[in-house]
Ligand binder design. Structure first.
Ligand SMILES: CC(C)[C@H](C(=O)O)[C@@H](O)C(=O)O
Ligand code: SF4
Length: 482
């Protein structure tokens, strides 16, 4: 047993999982950590595997490595290896070849298990409570929703994991964000995440593992917890984690790669014991009241530029988080907000539902509930990209695809798509897009595209109205347009 596994010293959940994985201490602050799962995608995974092969090293534990095609793949129906990104095909082929050589399970484009890496891992029961999971992708924190220590790494670190199933690590700090109360109707985990980023800022959790706790968090279903943890990256956190509970177990039971029979019974008993000790000390703590939060939308080029949809776009002088004058002016100018007071004054050109933040079945159901029997505004190009092939099929079995299509949305194959125009497809210059994604950086969804981040229901409502609206505004919109 690791000396740090001393039950008499109160520890946080993250510390417990960390201690459980220490292989050895390398020097005063660097430890060698055992890594239980490595996930790869075609954008960064093929590079890591190729690097390893060129050094003539083997994959140590291929059964713990899983790869998928998500970032560059086309999401148009009847897709082939020909992507809109000129060199995209090479990434797909490289991952295919390298996983074959390394003996690694690949969820290829035509596999029913394919999808965005952070969506399919829970779906397949690959991420499990108490495990260490890494992926060369910054939104790996999404999977902390299951009580796993899951974080993003670089391709070189991925090579190290491939060769040794370990990583050299410095211990991150611990932060607890406690959320009391309950979210109001129509307010989602996405709004909660944007609210927290707007309060703490995009560097607010730098170097920390955030444990999300409190009544509001235990009240969230697993998909909503994933949405919340997903945006920890937008706080510059090392990662995020939520204590596993019955909801986590119910979600994971009987998934293809989750343990079965007696193994499940033993594992679930351990998983339910995984929580921070009451006396555990966190380096930093924050508390928020869920009932104070309304639907949120971003106005600028950072996720911290989020406001409640009915609030006014802040003047520079009222900004609470240290953007300099130049950054502020640039955001206002880039986003075309000169002379605009409220987001609701803005008409939109595009609407996007997708990404590892908000493309799971519950997200699509909520958006479809808004769209049912309605038609989107004529000038809006609206796209729905399910997070996985499984989500897509489930949605189709429920008839959601029909609702999306009939309203005027494009219904796509699964992938990252225009969350970050990785596949080469994009919205147009200066087009204003309301998007269920997690990043609104300059040119994130296409060259000079203007992205406003929001929940899937706000995206759906805005697509119908042709401008940024809340669900209540939509009622008014129907009254005046009839
Ligand atoms: C391409 C990939 C490495 C990148 C990331 O790490 O996050 C992408 O997923 C993103 O969201 O920007
Ligand atoms: S959906 Fe977007 S944020 Fe998520 S992994 Fe893909 S590109 Fe990154």
């Amino acid at each position: 047993m690791n000396p740090q596994n001393n039950p008499s010293i109160p520890r946080t959940l993250a510390q417990k999982i960390w201690d459980e994985h220490v292989v050895t201490s390398l020097d005063s602050d660097v430890e060698l950590l055992a890594i239980d799962r490595l996930l790869l995608h075609e954008r960064t995974g093929g590079v890591a595997l190729k690097g390893l092969r060129e050094k003539e090293r083997d994959v140590l534990a291929p059964s713990t490595v899983f790869a998928t095609m998500d970032h560059i793949v086309d999401t148009f129906p009847n897709r082939t290896d020909d992507t809109m990104m000129p060199t995209g095909k090479e990434f797909l082929q490289a991952l295919r070849e390298e996983t074959e050589i390394g003996g690694i399970t690949l969820f290829d484009m035509d596999d029913s298990r394919q999808g965005i890496v952070h969506v399919i891992s829970p779906e397949q029961g690959i991420v499990l409570p108490g495990c260490t999971l890494v992926c060369p992708d910054s939104h790996t924190c999404t999977q902390g929703a299951f009580g796993a220590l899951a974080w993003g790494i670089g391709s070189t670190e991925a090579e190290h994991v491939l060769a040794t199933a370990t990583l050299r690590m410095k211990r991150p700090k611990d932060m607890r964000i406690n959320i009391t109360g309950t979210l109001s109707e129509g307010v989602t985990a996405k709004d909660l995440a944007l609210y927290i980023v707007s309060k703490l800022g995009s560097a607010g959790a730098k170097g920390h593992i955030i444990e999300f706790a409190g009544e509001a968090v235990s009240g969230l279903n697993m998909e909503a917890r994933m949405t919340l943890c997903n945006m920890a990256t937008e706080l510059s956190a090392f990662t995020a984690i939520v204590s596993p509970d019955d909801k986590s177990l119910t979600y994971l039971k009987d998934r293809p790669f989750s343990p079965k029979g007696e193994d499940w019974d033993r594992a679930s008993e351990y998983w339910l014991s995984l929580k921070s000790d009451a006396e555990a000390e966190f380096d930093t703590s924050f508390q928020f009241d869920a009932s104070q939060i309304g639907p949120m939308v971003t106005w600028g080029n950072s996720p911290q530029h989020a406001i409640s949809i009915s609030e006014e776009i802040p003047e520079f002088e009222s900004l609470k988080l240290g953007d300099g004058r130049e950054t502020y002016d640039r955001a206002i100018q880039y986003m075309g907000l000169t002379g605009i007071k409220k987001l609701k004054e803005l008409s939109i050109d595009g609407a996007f539902i997708g990404s590892c933040t908000n493309s799971r079945i519950s997200d699509l159901r909520r958006a479809a509930a808004v769209l049912k029997g309605q038609t989107i505004a004529a000038n809006v190009r609206a796209i729905c990209v399910p997070g996985s092939t499984q989500v897509k099929r489930e949605a189709e079995a429920e008839g959601l695809d029909e609702i999306f299509r009939e309203s005027g949305f494009e219904w796509r194959e699964s992938g990252c798509s225009m969350c970050f125009f990785a596949g080469g497809e994009s919205f147009g210059p200066r087009e204003r897009v309301i998007s269920s994604t997690n990043r609104n950086f300059e040119s994130r969804q296409g060259l000079n595209t203007r992205t406003h981040i929001a929940s899937p229901e706000i995206v759906a409502a805005s697509a119908i109205a042709g401008r940024i609206v809340s669900l209540e505004d939509l009622e008014e919109f129907y009254e005046t347009s009839n």
